[in-house]
Design a binder for this molecule. Structure first.
Ligand code: ACK
Length: 276
């Protein structure tokens, strides 16, 4: 079996700590601190992993990120594998979509931006699902993991730390309940269609600018119970019919009734033409 060390060595460039010049903390992720830093004349995001216990998760994140190459996915340049473990990634100066949607000061954007973000996210996810020999399932799509560049025009998927076993996922990701497909928290087997569910919630969120399931309060267990009972976000007033249909199909309880990510890209590309 492939050891952790082999994964580190094979997939990414080993970077020495003294090559990284930290500039400022940009935030705290699910298992580490993210710095804006300079590395070889480039601004980068340096994600330091707090606990040695997370080494397995990081290994998975490195393994996943090093296989992907897509304009809507943050690139991994390399990693420091000597403690403190650190991932060196493409920097997204616009921060997360979550901050744009719900941060202060309130950012201004229009429905065209919202559709473009959802469309770009769908293209990144479709790429992951089309990977060979095996589809890559993201499993934690949500606005805090979607990053923006170029004044918010470009959206990139930025966090792969959760593509690991279900138990770790459930214990580390209580904050993700609002985007989680029911089959995931119910402990059933699941497929890439769980990302489709999350994408539907994101679409609702960018169109309404509201946090999903705010009405139930922030408690992850209550959200899961609510969704398990068949509740979904409320309809959007004056929502164009094709978007509403797409969104509600993504939330189907039966994952076979959800569209594929390729379907979503196709439908969004035709809707996007009306909102250039
Ligand atoms: O919302 P933010 O400003 O954007 O705060 C979070 C925080 O780190 C924890 O995830 C930010 N972040 C994560 N990855 C990157 C990146 N590649 N470029 C810029 N900011 C990042 C994220």
């Amino acid at each position: 079996m492939e050891s952790e060390e082999t994964v580190f060595q094979h997939f990414v460039e080993e970077i020495n700590h003294n090559e990284i010049h930290q500039i400022k903390i940009v935030g705290k992720g699910s298992f580490g601190t993210v710095f804006k830093a300079k590395w070889r004349d480039k601004f980068v995001a340096a994600k330091y992993i707090d606990s040695a216990g997370e080494r397995k998760t990081v290994t998975i994140e490195i393994r996943q990120m090093s296989r992907v190459n897509h304009p809507n996915i943050i690139k991994l340049y390399g990693a420091c594998t000597v403690n403190p473990i650190c991932l060196i990634m493409e920097y997204a100066e616009g921060g997360s979509l979550h901050n744009v949607l719900h941060g202060t000061p309130v950012a201004s954007y229009n429905v065209g931006h919202a559709i473009s973000w959802a469309y770009q996210c769908a293209q990144g996810v479709a790429y992951l699902h089309n990977m060979k020999p095996k589809a890559l399932i993201h499993r934690d799509l949500k606005p805090p993991n979607l990053l923006l560049q170029e004044d918010g025009r470009i959206l990139k998927i930025g966090d792969f730390g959760t593509a690991c076993d279900l138990k770790t996922y459930m214990t580390n990701n209580k904050g993700s309940a609002a985007w989680m497909a029911p089959e995931v928290f119910e402990g059933c087997s699941y497929t890439e269609k769980c990302d489709v569910f999350s994408w539907g919630i994101i679409l609702w969120q960018v169109l309404t600018r509201q946090k999903p399931f705010n009405e139930v309060g922030g408690n992850a267990w209550r959200i899961m119970w609510w969704v398990h009972q068949g509740n979904r976000p409320p309809p959007i007033e004056n929502c164009p019919k094709p978007l509403e249909d797409l969104m509600t199909r993504c939330w189907s309880k039966n994952s076979d009734e959800r569209p594929s990510m390729n379907d979503i890209v196709r439908i969004m590309s035709s809707i996007f033409r009306f909102f250039p």
